[in-house]
Design a binder for this molecule. Structure first.
Ligand code: 4NP
Length: 159
């Protein structure tokens, strides 16, 4: 395989949901020996937290399940991402609309809701930012399920 398959996870701030998806998916890719085939990144539709590490509540919840988010830093999604990534996965319906608004017309097909890969059509990964501990655990449950589905899908493409 000469070219890696590239995956971009996108939420609003890039400090809770998309870095969680980034870290969970990265770990699963490494565990399956596919790090040479799949490239992963994450971004936010907003610039509020650019350069910041993930929210400490997300990092702690992820760490409890064995995922390390410590190297991740927030960045904003930009138009060139549509050229560079094969899969652009929005955490919620508003993120999807915001991405559609900046996507060149011929790249709209790369975009979808991440939970489509958990078999949950039209479903959002709810924003835990203003929530308690349980919100962060729920994000991890959803993200783990969709990551498994996405990896199965990409493995078919690689075979
Ligand atoms: P995220 O959560 O989109 O999952 O990173 C949020 C983080 C920060 C804000 C909103 C959502 N904020 O408004 O600062």
């Amino acid at each position: 395989m000469d070219k890696k398959i590239s995956v971009l996870f996108v939420c609003l701030g890039n400090i809770c949901r998309s870095p969680t998806a980034h870290g969970v998916f990265q770990t699963k890719v490494l565990e399956q020996g596919l790090a040479g085939d799949i490239q992963i990144d994450s971004a936010g539709t907003a610039a509020y937290h650019v350069g910041n590490p993930p929210d400490s509540r997300s990092s702690k919840a992820a760490k409890r399940r064995g995922y390390d988010l410590s190297s991740l830093r927030a960045r904003q999604a930009v138009t060139v991402d549509f050229d560079q990534f094969d899969y652009i996965l929005a955490m919620d319906t508003q993120n999807l609309r915001d991405l559609q608004a900046i996507s060149p017309a011929n790249y709209q097909g790369k975009l979808c809701l991440f939970l489509d890969y958990a078999g949950m059509s039209s479903a959002d990964v709810p924003d835990p930012y203003y929530d308690g501990e349980a919100g962060f655990e729920h994000v991890l449950d959803l993200v783990e399920s969709a990551s498994d589905g996405l990896l199965q899908h990409i493995k078919k493409e690689l075979s």
